[in-house]
Design a protein around this ligand. Structure first.
Ligand code: F6R
Length: 244
């Protein structure tokens, strides 16, 4: 595991976008695994700048997102499809038909999960998987549990995650209670896993994920077993790691 400790969130975004940009240049048809959330916003902004100012070409890039709320259409402003369009896809020269997000309105969620795993199998694996981490150590919507779930699956969100995500909705009641999430196999099968985190609120999750025991109670801890993982964190997010 390579851990890059940077001064702040901005530097974290610059470092992550550099790694992603380098892959896009060296493998123009790469498959990128992407997250939503606050953490990757700066990375997406920097990649958009690189697309405009440095001719970073996404025209042959494919993307696979980690998750989507059940019950929200791709047009719903709080859906993860809309998030990706608004914050990234609409601002780069990507072919939107090459971008994949689970369908939150699928009539049969089980079938949608299998379709998503088939899609991953079709691509083989992602060339790079960018992930954020929840304060409780969740990755995508793989919440703390008794066992890791390998496949894409239906998740009931924990109170902690509902509380954290409430900030994007008008009120708590509007936050969907279930989501479709890529499983740990899809995430771990990537060639290069990049975890980004910033701020004190992530310090406990980062410390446990990088230095604690590997346990499904801290889903992020599984990354310790990946052969090529880069953790990019600011000093605040690293502040509790000295205790391990
Ligand atoms: C979202 C995702 C989540 C977030 C995590 C951190 O696609 O995979 O696991 O990465 O909830 O969210 P932020 O970045 O908003 O703190």
């Amino acid at each position: 595991m390579k851990i890059l400790v940077v001064a702040d969130e901005n530097e974290m975004s610059v470092e992550a976008s550099r790694l992603i940009g380098a892959l896009v240049r060296t493998k123009p048809n790469a498959v990128l695994g992407l997250p939503t959330g606050s953490t990757p916003l700066g990375t997406y902004r920097e990649l958009i700048r690189m697309c405009y100012e440095e001719n970073l070409d996404f025209s042959r890039i494919h993307t696979i997102n980690l998750d989507e709320y059940v019950g929200l259409s791709g047009d719903h402003p709080q859906s993860y499809r809309a998030f990706m369009k608004n914050n990234f896809f609409d601002h780069i020269n990507i072919d939107q038909s090459n971008t994949h997000v689970p369908n939150g309105l699928a009539e049969n969620v089980e079938e949608e999960c299998r379709r998503y795993d088939d899609l991953l199998r079709h691509y083989g694996c992602t060339d790079l998987q960018l992930i954020g981490i929840g304060q409780n150590g969740h990755i995508a919507f793989n919440e703390p549990a008794d066992a890791f779930t390998p496949e894409t699956h239906l998740v009931t969100l924990t109170e902690s995650t509902i509380n954290a995500n409430q900030r994007f909705f008008d009120n708590r009641e509007e936050v969907p209670r279930t989501a479709i999430s890529m499983g740990m196999r899809g995430i771990m099968s990537t060639k290069h896993l990049i975890l980004i985190a910033s701020g004190e609120g992530k310090a406990d999750a980062v410390a446990k994920s990088c230095f604690g025991p590997v346990t499904p109670e801290v889903p992020g801890s599984l990354i310790q077993l990946h052969p090529c993982v880069t953790v990019i964190v600011d000093e605040a997010a690293m502040s509790l790691s000295g205790f391990y």
